[in-house]
Design a protein around this ligand. Structure first.
Ligand SMILES: [Zn+2]
Length: 202
């Protein structure tokens, strides 16, 4: 964690890591190098002509494909919480609008809901299983930004943690977290240097 997670604090993570370790045996380990999105799927999303709905549809598509990989009889279902889906889609909106967005994708014939009332699962209906592979997605942290990058918006992968971040001025190299971690490390080095100079002088 120390090597791979910027700003890692053992105190913040110990409880969660204990829970992960306890539950590790419950699920088989699965390694997925990424999912392929086909040309037709990209075309379908592009034709929505609404930036927010495009990001949401792209995110649901990636999640459905990942679930299909984990479970071959999944049949394109997505079963994540609204909060998780919208976070990955990089969409910040109200609970009301979250539901409206799903409703609009449903009206476009792109998704359907589970028939059971007590179930919030969503099924993606525009998967083109045998289409030409066009885009490989291996990082699910900011799927909405992956879509923005594909659309030609100015995004870069942070040189520290590889997450996608906006690069408006064309000069950015790091995300906020990695930039802060880098700055803290520099401050520490400077302080150590200053202390060693003071010791030499005294
Ligand atoms: Zn970073």
């Amino acid at each position: 964690m120390q090597e791979n997670y910027p700003g890692y604090s053992p105190a913040d993570w110990s409880l969660r890591l204990d829970t992960f370790a306890k539950n590790a045996d419950l699920y088989p380990l699965c390694e997925c190098s990424g999912v392929w999105i086909t040309a037709n799927e990209l075309k379908t999303i592009d034709a929505i002509h609404n930036k927010v709905l495009e990001r949401l549809a792209f995110t649901l598509l990636c999640l459905a494909k990942f679930n299909d990989f984990r479970n071959p009889v999944n049949n394109h279902w997505v079963s994540y919480s609204n909060g998780e889906i919208y976070k990955m889609a990089c969409i910040n909106t109200t609970a009301f609008n979250k539901d409206i967005n799903y409703h609009r994708l449903r009206e476009l014939g792109l998704i359907e809901y589970a028939k059971k009332v007590n179930n919030l699962n969503i099924r993606v209906l525009f998967i083109d299983e045998n289409g030409d592979k066009a885009l490989s997605v291996s990082d699910f942290r900011a799927l909405g930004n992956e879509w923005r990058l594909w659309k030609g918006e100015r995004y870069i992968r942070c040189e520290g943690c590889k997450t996608l971040v906006k690069n408006t001025n064309g000069k950015r190299k790091y995300c906020i977290d990695c930039a802060a971690t880098g700055k803290r490390a520099l401050d520490r080095q400077r302080m150590q240097r200053r202390r060693s100079i003071q010791i030499c002088e005294s």
